[in-house]
Design a protein around this ligand. Structure first.
Ligand code: ATP
Length: 433
């Protein structure tokens, strides 16, 4: 239908990007493929299509498929049709754009856009394997447009960039390159790797960080790429490769992968596996927070803010150093007072109850084994213990309601945690004393 609508208007329509890549890969592997994300590009026959062609086509299709939701993104003249949980189509996202060229007014800036031909549109893309198009309109419907050797690169299993300046224009492409390499089991083509190193050495990352206020979209894209990588099963080798390439400088110029960080990430994984099998925490974000927390204290909050992490995450990173110091100092002094084994669970509970779980996990992975054990015990056991009696019970026992209830329940909780009180009788006796 889309190609008929385009043809009616004298335009060409192409399937482009990831869907073409995945179709060719599936064909090679004789596998089946479920595509949920389709990118279409409209182009004029002999001339450049009107700037609004993509939007017009999307509107026409929405008339034909009223169950689809239409979204129009004005700035880049693109439209999206979304079939959300349609019983037949499940969810399907179709982006329709007019063929366009992008200009970067300065390195790492947000691109400016102009309508153009399909070749130019493909040339602005990140890698050869993502820069192929399948023509959908006659007379060459079904023809593959491969101007830059994408098919050969797919066969050679390599990620190759289209031009030398690509990573300087958009450093997030480094993260995309690593992501595709890991996901598809490909390697970075040697010249491409050199371009990456060149882009890093040219200081583009420092500029990215400094010019952040002018390029908020770049930081958003960086966060999106980090999310994709950190929630994928291959996040560890991907991070390692980014570290080897020096590309973590994109996050902050001083960020490096070292043994200490790898150890902290291992602890974090163990912790998320054990304490959060229900995935109530956002695991990719916890990994990112652990990365950022590896930076010197003065940079952490600022980096989290640049990446536009959620407010609670930014606050955590701003003040983790201070809280970690406090927790470590207090646990040390409790141990010094009564001996390492004499610290009572209630003392730890009182110290840690003010912190949210992500903060405690971040503090734990950065602390000594002794402190970590206490935090683990708090998270797994002590945090879940309730006082044996509640306010209602106190009332029934004849205690006059009032602010003292809070203190009584607190004392009862401490006694329960410390094993002084194990059942209701003992609880009542404890209160009576
Ligand atoms: P995925 O399967 O992960 O969705 P994809 O290739 O469809 O992979 P998208 O992020 O959806 O990836 O992008 C769609 C297409 O847009 C890509 O195939 C690529 O051609 C182009 N593209 C996306 N991001 C960039 C970028 N930063 N620079 C250049 N081209 C890009």
């Amino acid at each position: 239908k889309a190609s008929q609508e385009a043809e009616k208007r004298g335009w060409h329509l192409y399937l482009v990007g990831g869907a073409v890549r995945d179709l060719l890969l599936a064909e090679e592997a004789s596998g089946t493929l479920l595509i949920k994300d389709i990118d279409l590009v409209v182009d004029g026959f002999h001339k450049t299509a009107e700037v609004g062609a993509g939007v017009e086509l999307a509107k026409a299709l929405q008339q034909l498929y009223p169950t689809a939701r239409l979204e129009i993104h004005g700035a880049f003249q693109t439209a999206a049709l979304l079939w959300h949980k349609d019983p037949e189509l499940d969810s399907l996202w179709v982006d329709i754009a007019t063929a366009r060229t992008e200009f970067y007014p300065y390195p790492a800036a947000n691109p400016e856009v102009e309508a153009s031909s399909i070749r130019q549109d493909l040339y602005r893309r990140d890698f050869t394997i993502n820069a192929m198009a399948l023509q959908l309109t006659p007379p060459r419907a079904g023809a593959l447009l491969d101007f830059f050797g994408g098919l050969l690169d797919l066969q050679a299993k390599q990620i190759r960039v289209l031009h030398a300046n690509s990573f300087i224009e958009d450093p997030t492409r480094i993260y995309r390159g690593v992501r595709f390499a890991m996901r598809l089991g490909f390697h970075l083509e040697p010249q491409t790797e050199e371009y990456i190193r060149y882009a890093i050495n040219s200081g583009v990352y420092d500029r990215t960080t400094r010019e952040n206020s002018k390029t908020p979209a770049l930081q958003t894209r960086l966060k999106t790429e980090l999310k994709h990588i950190l929630e994928a099963p291959y996040w560890k080798p991907a991070l390692q490769l980014l570290g080897d390439l020096g590309a973590l400088q994109c996050i902050h110029p001083t960020l490096k992968i070292d043994e200490e960080l790898l150890g902290q990430l291992r602890l974090l994984e163990r912790c998320l596996r054990r304490f959060d099998s229900q995935q109530t925490l956002i695991h990719w974000q916890m990994r990112l927070e652990a990365l950022i927390a590896h930076l010197a204290a003065e940079y952490r909050g600022h980096v989290a803010k640049n990446l536009q992490l959620p407010e609670d995450s930014i606050n955590r990173l701003y003040c983790i150093a201070q809280h970690q110091q406090k927790v470590n100092k207090n646990i040390s002094s409790l141990e010094a007072e009564g001996g390492v084994d004499e610290v009572r669970p209630s003392q730890i509970e009182q110290l840690l109850r003010q912190y949210d779980v992500p903060m405690l996990i971040l503090i734990a992975v950065q602390s000594s084994r002794g402190v970590r054990r206490k935090i683990w015990q708090y998270l797994t056991v002590w945090r879940n213990i309730q006082p044996i009696l509640n306010g209602n019970d106190l009332r029934k026992l004849g205690y006059k309601p009032g602010p003292q209830y809070r203190q009584m329940l607190n004392d009862l909780l401490a006694a329960t945690l410390d094993g002084v009180v194990c059942n209701r009788d003992e609880a009542e006796e404890f209160l009576a004393k």
